[in-house]
Design a protein around this ligand. Sequence first.
Ligand code: ADP
Ligand code: ZN
Ligand code: ZN
Length: 739
Amino acid sequence: MGLVHNLFRVALDTPLRRLFDYLPPAPREGAPALQAGMRVRVPFGRRRLIGMVMGTADSSDLPPERLKPILEVLDPAPLLDAAALELIRWAADYYHHPIGQVLATALPKALRLGAGTAATEEHWRVTDAGATAAALGEPKRAAKQRALLDLLLAAGNAAAAHALDAAAADWRDAARALEKRGFLARSAVAAPAAAAEPVRVRTAGPELLPEQREAVEQVAAAAGGFAAFLLEGVTGSGKTEVYLRLTEQLLGAGRGVLVLVPEIGLTPQLVGRFRERFEAPLAVLHSGLTDAERLAAWRLAWSGAARIVLGTRSAVFAPLPRLGAIVVDEEHDASFKQHEGALRYSARDLAVVRAQRAGVPVLMGSATPSLETLHNVAAGRYTRLRLSRRPGTSRPPLLKLVDLRTSAIEAGISTPAALAMERHLAADGQVLVFLNRRGYAPTLLCTACGWIAPCGECDARLTVHLTAGRLRCHHCGADAPLPARCPQCGFAVKPVGQGTERIETTLAARFPGVPIVRLDRDVVRKRGDLDEVMRRMSSGEARILVGTQMVTKGHDFPNVTLVVVLNADQGLFSSDFRAPERLAQTIVQVAGRAGRGARPGEVLIQTEFPDHPLLVSLLAQGYDGFAAAALDERRDAAWPPFSRLAALRASGKTREAALDFLAAARAAAGTAPRGVRLLGPVPAAMAKRAGRYHAQLLLESRERPPLHQFLDAWLPGVEALRSAQRVRWALDVDPLELF
Ligand code: ADP
Ligand code: ZN
Ligand code: ZN
């Protein structure tokens, strides 16, 4: 076999863990030289696929007569630059995932299907019907739609999407509704070339506190090379202001900034603050966009027209020419880890790798840093920057435990908590009541025969939703009418336990005339509903807010002076070694909602275990003290960050299918190499979910290299197992949740 020159290695979206070799395309006059990062169309079996050139090669495993030429080159210039390709390669390697599928995660769907890169601007125009409707005061019942119509009419009937972004944080739902009614039309207009002029600051920020200034200066001084920083400060300590000033400096130097946030729907304030501060197109990427919208935002970033890119998890792959820094807000948040589907990556970790490859600083902010990040600080890999005080007069809240064993409790609310609520309401404060369980009650019970409403598809109980008159499964979405009588014996049934819906009812009876709002996923089906809850809280119209985890994210309620955590105990005794960390983070985050204004806050935590070492260290020494104690425990038990984990997960139609596959996978490992331990397989704690049985095989190693060498050698054999055909399986490197 002679040496073949100039082959192209192409990544294709297939489950095969390899690149595919192709001959150069037929030469065409004026065609640009084919380079890595360009998309090509190639023959693949009987199909034609779009793939990406990853590099060249001199020889192939394939005999020359089987090599086929590339059919078509789709891009005149690379879609992904060398650094972006490097990140893709790294992710494929580290997560042991087929590179073509990593690319499929990284690129918007439209690009995978062959869409071009020419950046267009999305324009919205009022139609004749829309103008007529507006003149008649239509649509009468939709304030946001009316406001958007007025805005566009005032702007001369039309505006670009980024101009609307700057004028109103949340206009898309209204625009889509108006489009459906035929009142608005959108079109794509060629975008102007990347703006050469410096980005204007719309409104200057406040004068920075010394710690903020120090943080901005340190990160800015590191620009031009890789450095990782942890910005640690309680909610309200001014972290966002640090991000804004750093961005301002980098934009001034002609660079761009990538900002990653946990969930865009829950952090509208952050997006809003970037929009208010900078007079520049911003590309916002999140899961709520349609394919076309995502493509438009991606192109805006790719072309350099948007110098600020803000987004959730997958935005870590967003293109940004002249990247100057990456910001990861709320770096501890679990939503940065993709824990479903094929490629289970951590956007936080990839952000650090990307910063390293790009030679720029990465700034990770949190009030409650993950233990991994704190460990990196201790090891000297990350630099810690602290914001120890809140701007203005606000002081950190005071945390107290309420011992549920010795306090009277009624419908989930203890007497000390009820009295504190009375006191704070009388003093004109607002109160936040936190319970991480939505619905009316977690259980429906028959007191005569002991029947408990089960989910037929999961190892779980159905939750009572009283207002809706339904029983719902919070794991698979199963939904049934609420029965009045026990299906087994005909006796009356009764809801047992507390959910946010029930707490709201209880509080309404206890505090008549005091306006209450609730914030959980049942209330917030649409963006507009979330805005309405926020409006009623910030205006002071509502005095009590009852909510789930949702209340811990990003929203600012300066007049909340009391926070009541109804049940801290779920996180104390879990089989998941990360549960205490999550509990401590939740308590600190929810406590951070109190006393952000001029008045100091108070936090009451109801528990049956007031002597639990975790709660004791958290209360006595704050989050840092807790983290130090928790890291010691992790070291003793050799859990991450003192070891490396990977989980092989499987689900099947039967318990046996899942367990048999994992047992075969374990057997295929033979004797694992030194330093690597295989644990299991074991069924998941909730083995049956949505009708499928889940199990896992855990792999553990003190050091990273032996584990990854082992995975490289082992996975091809796992893939080839016959039992693999009968299950869905995935490898989860650095799993966040163990079951
Ligand atoms: P975090 O992101 O840590 O929650 P923010 O940056 O949102 O904190 O700051 C909290 C509040 O304090 C915001 O209203 C912000 O405008 C204000 N703030 C931040 N820094 C300063 C400062 N140096 N002087 C005055 N107000 C500030
Ligand atoms: Zn019964
Ligand atoms: Zn279910």
